[in-house]
Ligand binder design. Structure first.
Ligand SMILES: NC(=O)c1ccc[n+]([C@@H]2O[C@H](COP(=O)([O-])OP(=O)(O)OC[C@H]3O[C@@H](n4cnc5c(N)ncnc54)[C@H](OP(=O)(O)O)[C@@H]3O)[C@@H](O)[C@H]2O)c1
Length: 360
């Protein structure tokens, strides 16, 4: 038997948590037990909890009663195996629970990945059911475990938005406004747009006063605008808005300011998780959700399976290398400390220059 620890979150009130400890194992036929030794923690995980019911993120690792388990991107090692093709010692990267261990049911096993084929995950987006067998990958990727847990899932989304904008000729926009640009997903996109010399669109980042200096230091925006001063954005140019904040006031303000020049309005995230709400009818393009797995599926059909993921990973590695000096990794050890950091994340008390990595 192995002692399992986890932080459960109240599905209806995500500020409430419960520290759980219980024995697990031995694993059933066809299953493996993974020791999760690191995972990243960012506003993205908060969004998984906020949209746990509407999008289905609670369904990956079901808990009990009103409790939910937030998924995280992490790495782990197989410590018990009842599956011939996945031996003890195998190293994995994937979508794990916010916990010390996970039991997986490998199926569709390839040399470099397998799918968790447990019944309750069948209807969920494939991308989250895939576990990479990292020892089959190039050494430079294997050496980037921390970046992979903390930055890649977000920068890969940045890449898919970058690709989506190019795919649609920027909807005719001459400038791209990024809401909550100090978020990793936000500045990852800004870096990719600015780093592509074939593009002429200017990049405008919107952020809080407290985070202006951090964004300036990244050097990825042509203009930085602080919340409540959106009128400083040139409204005479066709504009694409990519929103990581989910802040209804900001969306309404930008649409009213830009009017018909708001040619695309793309809702990616909700880092301002308490500021959501209905935006009603607005001038300009109708806001629509961006769901990264959707763009991957489109490109898999056009480019061939897996090509978009490889390109997204390569772009992520480039941006991760570029910003490595701007992010201080802070290790969170143990479930009690995790509960404290979860509360700080919800309260916007984690600086964008701090990268939280967790080890339970
Ligand atoms: N649709 C998709 O497929 C997809 C994929 C990946 C990420 N996302 C979304 O993108 C968003 C950003 O995720 P991330 O992990 O990149 O974020 P992150 O790096 O943790 O973002 C930190 C920034 O978010 C803002 N923020 C964080 N917590 C806040 C709070 N409690 N109240 C107000 N502002 C807060 C602050 O930025 P400012 O001061 O600049 O606002 C902060 O500097 C998330 O909502 C995530 O779900 C969506």
């Amino acid at each position: 038997m192995t002692e399992y620890t986890a932080l459960w979150v109240d599905r209806t009130e995500i500020t409430k948590t419960r520290q759980v400890s219980m024995p697990i194992g031995p694993v059933a036929a066809g299953q493996i037990l993974v020791d999760i030794d690191k995972f990243g923690l960012t506003a993205n995980n908060v969004s998984y909890a906020v949209t746990g019911d509407s999008i289905g993120y609670w369904q990956f690792y079901p808990a009990e009663e009103n409790w939910g388990i937030v998924p995280v991107w992490g790495c782990g090692t197989v410590i018990e195996s009842n599956c011939d093709e996945i031996p003890v010692g195998e190293r994995l990267w994937g979508y794990f629970p916010m916990a010390s261990h996970a039991v997986l049911t490998p199926g569709r096993i390839h040399s470099d990945y397998f799918m968790d084929v447990i019944e309750h995950r069948r209807e969920l987006p494939l991308i989250y059911n895939q576990f990479r067998r990292t020892r089959a990958e190039p050494a430079f990727i294997q050496a980037m475990e921390t970046e992979r847990c903390l930055l890649f899932p977000l920068f890969m989304t940045s890449y898919l938005i970058y690709d989506y904008l190019i795919d649609n000729d920027f909807f005719g926009a001459q400038q791209v406004v990024i809401g909550s640009v100090s978020s990793k997903t936000g500045f990852g996109l800004a870096q990719m747009l600015r780093g592509d010399s074939s593009l002429s669109q200017s990049v405008i980042g919107v952020t809080s006063q407290a985070n202006v200096r951090f964004v300036e230091g990244l050097g990825c925006c042509d203009q930085i605008v602080v919340y409540q001063t959106e009128h400083e954005i040139d409204a005479s140019l066709p504009t694409a808005y990519v929103d990581m904040s989910g802040d209804a006031r900001l969306t309404i303000s930008l649409h009213n300011h830009l009017g018909d020049n708001m040619v695309e309005s793309c809702m990616v995230g909700a880092s301002h998780w308490q500021e959501g709400g209905k935006v009603g009818e607005l001038p300009g393009a109708r806001p629509r959700f961006f769901f990264a797995p959707g763009q991957i599926e489109k490109r898999n059909k056009e480019w061939g399976p897996g090509v978009a993921m490889v390109r997204a990973m390569t772009a992520s590695a480039e941006v991760a290398a570029k910003v490595s000096a701007d992010i201080d990794i802070q290790w969170v050890e143990g479930v009690e400390s995790l509960a404290e950091h979860w509360a700080q994340l919800l309260d916007n008390k984690i600086s964008p220059s701090t990268g939280l990595m967790v080890r339970l």
